[in-house]
Ligand binder design. Structure first.
Ligand SMILES: [Zn+2]
Length: 77
């Protein structure tokens, strides 16, 4: 059990680092199909963190970013 603790600690630190990177998403609607996004599906673009509703949309966007329009959510919402 003792040997597991450092590994567990490292895992928590790396998860935190991943979530801290890029900050909150700039959009709250999926650019591919307009559904509400889930923050676990996201990429880091020049304009900021772009979130998607599912992994399929994320992959579709990554293949052809020019095809989709990212609607930036209004501040304060
Ligand atoms: Zn979608």
């Amino acid at each position: 059990m003792k040997a597991l603790l450092p590994a567990l600690f490292l895992a928590i630190v790396s998860v935190t680092a991943v979530f801290a990177k890029g900050g909150p998403a700039i959009n709250d609607k999926c650019p591919v199909d307009g559904k509400t996004v889930r923050i676990i599906y996201r990429i880091f673009a020049d304009k900021g963190t772009i979130a998607f509703c599912c992994v399929d949309c994320m992959e579709a966007y990554q293949k052809n970013p020019a095809r989709y329009t990212v609607t930036v959510k209004e501040p304060g919402k």
